[in-house]
Design a protein around this ligand. Structure first.
Ligand code: 13P
Length: 306
């Protein structure tokens, strides 16, 4: 019954996509039913690149608001749809322009590197963007004598700083989903599955990161899972990625570090809402031109370097 209903929705979506000349981009944390109908499933960097290159007139972004905003910044002439306008990112909300301006003053105008999980306004106040896939590469390439302020994720910032042995001024933001993954979760699973490799996202705490074999962005995890000979993998990130990992590696076993690692915002988008979104052409995400122009400099610089 459910399958029939889903098939009817998929048929409708196929028709709407053609009529609207639309492309569907989905983040690795989306529900399986959304990942399965997307044209591209990827991490933040992948999806920014896809948005920048697409010839489609409409981009349906199945992710959270900052991702749709990034697509709007890169493609100001396209219509960007977010199927659920309440899909936000608490980490992104932890950095505001007001607070950023205060910090800049305090640190005598530092060079600001801003994780892509941030609002368009905050990007516009930053010098360069990064994602979890390219943060190390980008910070390594920066030849700055002044202080570098890394916003808003303290754990990603700490990880980059430790890998490069470079001092970064860290913001106090964190992802509420990733901090639910605890060292004891990893220790318990490692004891139960001694052969398993552990891969975690750099938004995890340093204590969790120190127990991992691999620290990767979500696409980095998909790549590692394909390439490793390990038949079992413990996964320290949002649960949505397990769908893709199992689909692409049916012969391997994946163990989520904890069932608690669910991002409620990512889960707001459903297949039904994607169809509705294209039918009604809602919700349109359009970053105002002045902000988009300033934010684009930071995003373009990232795409150039990373
Ligand atoms: P990725 O860039 O690794 O997909 O991560 C994005 C994100 O929002 C992690 O919480």
């Amino acid at each position: 019954m459910k399958n029939n209903r889903n098939q009817a929705l998929i048929d409708k979506l196929t028709q709407l996509k053609k009529e609207r000349n639309a492309v569907i981009l989905a983040h690795n944390y989306q529900l399986g039913e959304v990942q399965d109908i997307a044209d591209f499933v990827g991490d933040s960097l992948d999806l920014s690149r896809k948005a920048a290159k697409t010839s489609a007139e409409v981009i349906v972004f199945c992710g959270v608001l900052f991702m749709a905003e990034t697509a709007s910044i890169l493609c100001p002439d396209k219509i960007v749809l977010l199927p659920e306008i309440n899909a936000g990112c608490p980490l992104a909300d932890m950095a505001t322009v007001k607070k950023l301006k205060e910090e800049k003053k305090k640190h005598l105008n530092p060079y600001v590197i801003c994780y892509v999980n941030s609002s368009a306004e905050v990007k516009a106040e930053s010098d360069i963007c990064c994602t979890s896939a390219n943060a190390i590469k980008i910070v390594k390439k920066l030849n700055k004598t002044k202080e570098i302020l890394f916003i808003p994720d303290q754990h990603l910032g700490h990880y980059v700083s430790s890998q490069l042995n470079k001092n970064l001024v860290l913001w106090h933001g964190y992802c509420p989903t990733h901090v639910r993954i605890l060292p004891e979760d990893i220790i318990r699973l490692k004891a139960e599955h001694p052969q398993a490799k552990v891969m975690v996202h750099p938004e995890c705490t340093p204590e969790v990161i120190s127990l991992a074999d691999e620290v990767q962005s979500t696409v980095g995890m998909c790549k590692f899972a394909k390439e490793t000979e390990a038949p079992e993998i413990i996964v320290g990130t949002e649960l949505g990625i397990i769908h893709r990992l199992r689909k692409e590696n049916p012969e391997k076993r994946f163990f989520p570090a904890t069932e608690q690692a669910i991002c409620p915002d990512m889960k707001l988008i459903t297949l039904k809402k994607v169809v509705w979104s294209l039918e009604k052409m809602q919700f349109q995400v359009k970053v105002p031109t002045e902000i988009a122009n300033r934010a684009r400099r930071a995003v373009d610089k990232m795409l150039e370097l990373g």
